[in-house]
Design a protein around this ligand. Structure first.
Ligand code: ADP
Length: 390
């Protein structure tokens, strides 16, 4: 009987041991399965995080996401560059990262608002920036507050362009008004009776004629600049001989040079050619030579030289020996309507657009311009164009 019981117990123990062994094997397999799933899931999360980071870093706008306690949970590269903080600021407060009380105030306000906040602020530089901040409160799927998101748009360039446009419109109006008021004044004087006076007619009609020409010149220059700005200028590129172009321009302006006693010298080597639209090339040369005659020394000399540069460009230099340009104006003479001496420019019939046209025409050819001058030592205007293929 005892033997039978022992045998039964042994049989039961054996069966139980088998069950336990099977269970242990199951558990191990299960654990392995979970580990595999976990690591796959972890990899997926990591990929997801990487994708999100790449996407956010490619945004032009700066982005900062805050948790409900106002701590940073996410930022992108644009925000870090704008405010000059590093990604290590994640976990810190907004104020620590951006050091700007207005931004912190917007973030604090958005927590209690339903709408998207829109706020414009200025970051003191350098460089100073104008930013538009859009802030929105975030909620999870159950409607519980989950922090906020701030998006920063850099409006600096836009504001600069707006400012330049307004200044341009004001300048154009001013430039148009001057000749118009002279024409109007002369016409009114004639209407008021001066038309019967031969000497008044002789004095006033040339004013009307000159000022009408000035208006035409101004409008032509403005239209050309508008075309250059919009890239609508059509260039008929060819291998344009430089020496010949300079000679033609000298021919056109010979009378003006003679009137001021300016000697014109063409030192451009024969055979040097630029890949350029010949008409536009003449226009560039004409503006520079005309300026050299107008603003150079009366009785002085104007010389044009040119050379081929190692980088496949040709460089042309128009140099005079006049009073030159003061250092503070050197960086501005290529701006529209910028004049060192306003009265002198107007008296010479200048539109104030000549050098801006030179710069844009040269740039349309893929070239650059620059000026060198020392007061009392004359001025040298350089422009570079691609050399024509030999
Ligand atoms: P404009 O001659 O019609 O006034 P530009 O754009 O051609 O306009 O020139 C801008 C300004 O640059 C001129 O008003 C003048 O003050 C200055 N400038 C240009 N060329 C010379 C030069 N060769 N020497 C001295 N000043 C110059």
């Amino acid at each position: 009987m005892t033997v039978i019981l022992l045998l039964l117990a042994a049989g039961f123990a054996l069966a139980w041991w088998k069950v336990l062994r099977l269970r242990a094997a199951d558990a191990a397999a299960h654990a392995r399965e979970i580990a595999v799933l976990r690591s796959a899931h972890g990899q997926e999360l990591e990929d997801h995080r990487h994708r999100l980071e790449t996407l956010l870093d490619s945004m032009i706008e700066g982005l900062i996401v805050l948790d409900p306690q106002g701590r940073i949970v996410l930022t992108n590269r644009a925000a870090e560059t704008l405010f000059g903080f590093s990604r290590q600021m994640v976990g810190g407060t907004l104020l620590e990262a951006v050091r700007h009380h207005e931004v912190a105030a917007v973030a604090a306000r958005v927590a209690t608002e339903r709408a998207i906040l829109d706020h414009e602020l200025r970051l003191e530089g350098p460089p100073a920036r104008i930013l538009q901040v859009n802030a929105v409160a975030l909620h999870d799927s159950t409607g519980v507050a989950a922090g906020s998101m701030l998006v920063f748009h850099d409006l600096t360039r836009l504001r600069e362009l707006e400012g330049a446009r307004q200044e341009f419109v004001a300048n154009v109006s001013h430039e148009l008004r001057t000749p118009l008021s002279l024409i109007k004044g002369a016409a009114e004087t004639l209407i008021d009776g001066a038309k019967a006076d031969a000497s008044a007619l002789e004095r006033l009609l040339p004013i009307i004629d000159r000022q009408a020409d000035r208006l035409t010149l101004l409008i032509d220059d403005l239209l050309l600049l508008a075309k250059l700005d919009s890239g609508r200028i059509e260039l008929r590129l060819e291998a344009a001989p430089l020496q010949g172009a300079v000679q033609e321009v000298f021919g056109d302006l010979a009378k003006r040079a003679e009137a001021r006693g300016v000697r014109l010298e063409n030192q451009v080597p024969a055979g040097l050619r630029a890949e350029a639209d010949p008409n536009r090339l003449r226009q560039v040369l004409s503006n520079l030579v005309d300026n050299g005659i107008k603003y150079g020394r009366s009785g002085g000399q104007l010389t044009v030289t040119a050379q081929r540069l190692a980088d496949g460009q040709v460089e042309v230099c128009v140099r005079d020996d006049g009073p030159g340009i003061p250092p503070e104006s050197l960086g501005r003479v290529f701006e529209r309507f910028y004049r060192v001496d306003k009265a002198r420019s107007r008296e010479q019939g200048g539109t104030g657009l000549g050098l801006a046209i030179v710069k844009h025409v040269v740039q349309a050819h893929g070239g650059q311009v620059r000026v060198e001058s020392e007061l009392g030592q004359g001025a040298a205007f350089y422009f570079m164009l691609p050399a024509a293929k030999p």
